[in-house]
Design a protein around this ligand. Structure first.
Ligand code: HEM
Length: 461
């Protein structure tokens, strides 16, 4: 273990960042195998090792940033030195989303971000919130008492429908939600596989899986193009994300976004906003199923505050336990569990030299399970001190939406969606775990529970 000088430029109490090499690298592959096939166990094994853990990913040098203030340095202080460009995940995502907000960098990214920010303005949220509640009610109304449900699929459908209808709130083409729920998960999983194993000829082989991926990508592009065309040809004003995108103007040129740019942004929102939100919904229901005492307290809060009414955006500030439950679910199972950057030049981090081209990861999962910051890190406890689950702290060890210029633009949107969906479902339904079913977290592109079998019990009023 070696020590370097100060941790960040702004740290009031500088202390040296520690550096260690991860144990157990394999010949040729290094730590790529562990990261690909048993990633959570691997991250757990690095707990407390050092602030910066050196990895070997085949021939490439990698680092895991394992300390909140150092993550702040990576994402905020030195974001120009550590970019998304060149990391396998973001290069693979680019095939789907082109130069949408999630893959752009530097000045272009800042301009794009300022152009898109109004889409998520609080005054637009009221309309999105009505859609989110309606989607949750429609879906859960179809459940029957005692029915076994694949909650992961149910929540995927809820998240995909809500996202699609917030994008396009007029009558959707009949096939839209079906196309998205069919093809988006295949495209998303394909991105994860290609990023984990960036060997292009392997993914060009005419296997069933590769063909399904190519079809999924093609169909998603076709659907998005159709939605944009339909909206351009429909003069009826609709307060949705697509209308806002078509109305958006570049702050420098005053010009509308090009057809390609709008297409890329729609793909970005679909891709970034569906899997993550579906995973959070599924994880929260799983945790409530495993903690009936918390589930009961939450039910009491929802009945007291909402009565029989469907939830609205204005009810949310009163639902304190609901907010804590969701935040704690995000801590235990952050959907965006590992995120890459690449050193654009020879760079510094925590006083250590990071060579140009090295991959540098931050892992919300690892930060959220660090016992120094979250005592009993593996326990689900929504009554943790507020500071532990605050979304705003600088250098915080709670980072489910990232930080810095690339921090999730949809964080308020997704939290509203998750809160409203749960507030619409839980007053009427208890989701109970199936005894015979073991949940095994899957850390792939997103951290999901995989197949999540539960049964629905209707609550008596
Ligand atoms: C529980 C749900 C969600 C989680 C956990 C999540 C997490 C994240 C994280 C960690 C990042 C930063 C990635 C990085 O540092 O490279 C991010 C970026 C992003 N997210 Fe989310 N996200 C969620 C929902 C959403 C939703 C609903 C949308 C859209 C409506 C969205 C759109 C985006 C976009 C466009 C970016 C890129 C922002 C930029 O680079 O400026 N996300 N998200």
């Amino acid at each position: 273990m070696t020590a370097g000088p100060s941790l960040t430029d702004t740290d009031p109490r500088p202390r040296p960042a520690t550096l260690a090499t991860a144990p157990g690298g394999l010949p040729l592959l290094g730590h790529a195998w562990q990261l690909r096939f048993r990633p959570l166990r691997f991250l757990d094994s690095l707990r407390g090792q050092a602030d910066l853990v050196a990895l070997r990913l085949g021939p490439i040098q990698g680092y895991l940033v394992n300390q909140p203030r150092l993550v702040h340095e990576l994402l905020v202080v030195r974001h120009q030195e550590f970019t998304k460009t060149g990391s396998p995940l973001y290069e693979t995502v680019r095939v789907l989303v082109g130069n949408g907000l999630g893959t752009s960098e530097g000045e272009t990214h800042m301009r794009q971000r300022r152009t898109l920010q109004p889409l998520f303005h609080p005054h637009c949220m009221e309309h999105y919130a009505q859609i989110m509640t309606a989607v949750a009610e429609e879906r859960s109304t179809a459940w029957r008492h005692g029915q076994r449900l694949r909650i992961d699929r149910e929540m995927y459908r809820v998240a995909a429908s809500a996202m699609t209808r917030c994008l396009y709130s007029a009558r959707l083409p009949d096939n839209a939600v079906h196309e998205i729920t069919t093809h988006l998960p295949i495209a998303f999983a394909g991105v994860g596989k290609r990023a984990a194993l960036p060997i292009s000829w392997l993914h060009a082989l005419p296997t069933r899986e590769n063909r399904a991926y190519t079809t999924a990508v093609r169909r998603l592009h076709a659907l998005v193009a159709q939605l944009i065309d339909d909206r351009r040809n429909d003069p009826t004003p609709s307060p949705d994300l697509l209308t806002a995108l078509l109305a958006a103007r570049d702050e420098h040129t005053g010009q509308p976004l090009s057809q390609q740019q709008i297409h890329d942004e729609v793909m970005t929102l679909l891709l970034a906003g569906t899997d993550t939100t579906a995973a959070l919904l599924a994880w929260t229901l799983h945790l409530l199923g495993a903690h009936p005492d918390v589930d009961q307290r939450l039910h009491t809060e929802l009945r007291q505050e909402l009565g029989d009414k469907p939830p609205t955006l204005y009810d949310l500030p009163r639902l304190g336990l609901l907010r804590r439950v969701v935040a704690e679910a995000l801590r235990v199972y952050p959907p965006a569990w590992l995120t890459p950057r690449r050193a654009a030049t020879d760079a510094q981090l925590g006083g250590h030299r990071i060579p140009e081209g090295a991959y540098v990861f931050y892992s919300p999962y690892a930060l959220h399970h660090a016992p120094d910051h979250h005592p009993r890190p593996d326990d689900f406890d929504p009554d943790r001190p507020e500071a532990e689950l605050s979304y705003t702290g600088i250098g915080s060890a709670f980072l489910p939406f990232g930080a810095g210029p690339h921090k999730c633009i949809g964080n308020a949107f997704s939290l509203a969606e998750v809160h409203l969906t749960l507030a619409a479902i839980l007053p009427r339904w208890r989701l109970c775990p199936e005894r015979s079913h073991t949940v095994r977290p899957r850390a792939f592109t997103t951290l999901t529970p995989g197949p999540l079998l539960m049964h629905a019990e209707q609550r008596t009023p």
